[in-house]
Design a protein around this ligand. Structure first.
Ligand SMILES: [Zn+2]
Length: 429
């Protein structure tokens, strides 16, 4: 069944007002509508539970010209990023991934004491810290003051700002240009894509390289990763859309790697069109594959919504049956993606007694919308639930390793995505 946005009465207003953030075309097609949802990083203090909570539409659209899958900018980034609860260093596998990248890229680009690496949205310095022992000068740009402070404490020069053309021109005027620009999981969060990419173009040396990592739209569609959709995540990229974006800004794709982070990401390598870098075969191969999947045609984007509804029904059926049998369930993790899943599916404390997180910032707070209490990880050992629902399913291997002792009381894990699956810690080791 093909449902077009124009068939849906509630899409009328969006159709009138929304324009593609990459090519400016009017947006007419719905990708998926996850209803109304609070901001996924707005964890609540106990005294806020009795107050009104702002909800915003979570309706994803797709541009029929450049095929960028995108959310309207419902919320100003100033509100989102001024105090950000996500500290990258709390994930040990993510820090290890960053370290391996720094060592690889230093060798590949022959970076040294004369080079400059700039990371856009450097978070708490989880990545740039690994360049320090390699003797490569770095600069971080980070809009959230609280996480930037943590980077500065690690000895990483960090500027608190939103990156774009203005910041790039200020840096160039002060004599700074980059041999390497790194942007990991930032492109999706940028409201003004053309200003951001235009800034990178200005800051990059003539033979410099940009590497960007972002979740791959192909994985999102293939594996039902609808919970990676949230208000802070404005754009969802296929490689064909990235090719369009690069061409618009005088950049060329010189390499691409498929990496496992965040449920399946791309790491793309960009350089100035006039540079001497020669594109690797991987670029043409991935473009061919996406073309075969139909990603250059709007039709490939219109069946996702039905798939998401089916996933919700399956997860709820499982949880309802478990509760009817008298089982206890708690969550593991309180990631942004968890909140989309919980709010869209309507999973509150009636299903999950509580959730836990390794980030102390979240302890004693409640998840936005569903108001599930967030406790330290040890709460699982005290409560001994029958099931632990893993919300950051992209880290499930790490979490099952760390929490395998739940088998002591017969506990099992539930992984909600791509579809609900029970993992017995006895069998999954
Ligand atoms: Zn477009």
């Amino acid at each position: 069944m093909n449902i077009r946005a124009s068939d849906l009465p509630h899409s009328t207003n969006l159709r009138l007002t929304a324009h593609c953030r990459l090519c400016g075309e009017g947006l007419k097609h719905s990708f998926v509508d996850l209803g109304m949802s609070p901001l996924c990083e707005s964890f609540l203090l106990p005294e806020q539970l009795d107050s009104m909570e702002p909800y915003f539409p979570l309706h994803v659209l797709v541009c029929d010209r450049c095929l960028l899958v995108q959310l309207k900018e419902y919320v100003s980034p100033d509100n989102i990023f001024s105090e950000y609860a996500y500290f990258s260093s709390f994930s040990t596998s993510w820090v290890a991934h960053a370290k391996a990248y720094c060592e690889m890229i230093t060798k590949r680009l022959r970076l040294g004491p004369e080079s400059l690496v700039v990371e856009l949205a450097c978070n708490d310095g989880y990545l740039l810290q690994h360049f320090l022992p390699l003797g490569v000068p770095v600069l971080g740009i980070e809009p959230a003051a609280n996480v930037a402070k943590s980077a500065i404490e690690k000895g990483i020069p960090t500027q608190v700002d939103f990156f774009g053309v203005r910041v790039a021109e200020e840096l160039v005027a002060s004599g700074k240009r980059a041999d390497l620009i790194v942007g990991n999981n930032v492109l999706a969060h940028v409201p003004d894509l053309n200003d951001f990419v235009g800034g990178m173009v200005r800051l990059l040396k003539p033979e410099g390289v940009i590497t960007l990592e972002f979740p791959h739209l192909e994985r999102l569609i293939a594996e039902n990763q609808f919970d990676t959709i949230y208000h802070e995540h404005f754009s969802y990229f296929s490689f064909v859309t990235i090719e369009h974006m690069a061409a618009l800004h005088g950049l060329k794709l010189i390499d691409v790697e498929e990496i496992p982070t965040h449920g399946g990401s791309l790491r793309i390598y960009l350089a100035h069109q006039a540079s001497s870098h020669v594109p690797a075969q991987s670029v043409a191969d991935l473009l061919d594959r996406e073309e075969r999947l139909g990603y250059r045609d709007i039709a490939a984007y219109t069946t996702f919504a039905e798939q998401v509804k089916r996933t919700k029904r399956k997860l709820l059926s499982f949880l309802i049956a478990a509760k009817d049998e008298g089982k206890t369930i708690c969550g593991y993790g309180a990631p942004g993606k968890g909140n989309t899943l919980l709010n869209y599916c309507g999973i509150g404390p009636d299903f999950l007694e509580f959730t836990v997180d390794r980030n102390p910032y979240k302890h004693g707070r409640f998840t936005p919308g569903m108001h599930i209490p967030i406790c330290p990880v040890e709460a699982i050992d005290t409560f001994k639930p029958d099931y632990v629902l893993i919300l950051p399913w992209n880290l499930k291997t790490e979490i099952v390793q760390q929490m395998r002792h739940i088998r002591d009381w017969g506990g099992k894990f539930i992984v909600p995505i791509p579809e609900v699956t029970v993992l017995d810690p006895e069998e999954s080791l």
